[in-house]
Design a protein around this ligand. Structure first.
Ligand SMILES: Nc1ncnc2c1ncn2[C@@H]1O[C@H](COP(=O)(O)OP(=O)(O)O)[C@@H](O)[C@H]1O
Ligand SMILES: [Mg+2]
Length: 226
């Protein structure tokens, strides 16, 4: 754990989050303790997904800033951010006709460049992510043909393949049956034990209390309990 909130790698400093003219949160500050398994809970539409988008630079605050490694995240290139943090959004649409292994491989995009194309490290990261989410046997299948639960595991594999020190997951257990929910949460707890910082929005309070090392309760765009 770090010395204080301002030393944490990821924090929000008095941010206002807004869509067009609709303000979802104002003057919101919070810090994600390094090495924590932070769980965010709160009623529907209170702004959990909006907060996760802001923490991962998909949404730039109208006021205030999100700080990653000491600087405003808005000043970092998207690819630079993607090497440090990975986001599993609440819902994603796969490109038509894509196969499982190719979708997971897209998680390696931030590690590639004109000079550094597909490598053995990429291959190994994809294989490891598919093993961890038990989708190896689906590798050659078309994503469109799979069930909701299988697809969710593929998205999780994609963000795992990104191999970032910080992982943000928006309701990752959605579409999973209870056995797979526990399996996923255990997997995240294992990654956390290895030193990764995990931030997850969960709707199940029992899961939240069981897995969180740091719990944030949100209501109407504010943190009401911590
Ligand atoms: N792209 C968007 N444009 C406009 N309003 C949005 C958008 N996304 C979410 N909202 C609104 O922002 C509020 C917070 O949404 P969200 O962050 O998704 O809440 P939660 O994840 O807690 O359910 C909701 O009222 C929602 O309707
Ligand atoms: Mg949401």
């Amino acid at each position: 754990m770090s010395a204080g909130p301002m030393d944490d790698r990821l924090h929000a400093d008095r941010v206002t989050l807004r869509y067009d003219r609709r303000t979802i949160a104002s003057d919101l500050s919070l810090s994600i303790p390094d090495g924590s398994f932070t769980v965010i809970v709160g009623p529907n539409a209170c702004g959990k997904s909006t907060l996760l988008r802001a923490l991962s630079r998909l949404l730039i605050p109208a006021d205030g800033q999100v700080v990653l490694d000491g600087g405003d995240i808005a000043d970092l290139a998207a690819k630079e951010v993607a090497r440090r943090l990975g986001l599993l959004p609440q819902s994603s649409l796969a490109p038509d006709g894509i196969r499982v292994a190719d979708l997971v491989a897209r998680g390696r995009y931030p590690h590639q460049s004109f000079f550094r194309q597909w490598s053995e490290a990429d291959e190994e990261a994809v294989a490891a992510a598919m093993r961890a989410t038990r989708i190896t046997e689906l590798s050659g299948r078309l994503v469109d043909e799979l069930s909701g639960g299988q697809r969710q595991r593929i998205w999780i594999a994609m963000v795992l393949a990104q191999q970032t020190p910080i992982l943000l997951l928006d309701e990752p257990t959605t579409f999973l049956d209870i056995a797979h929910q526990i399996e996923l949460l255990d997997l995240l707890a294992g990654l956390n034990a290895e030193g990764r910082t995990i931030i997850a929005v969960l709707h199940d309070l029992n899961h939240a209390c069981r897995y969180a090392t740091h719990l944030l309760v949100m209501k109407q765009g504010a943190i009401v309990a911590e």
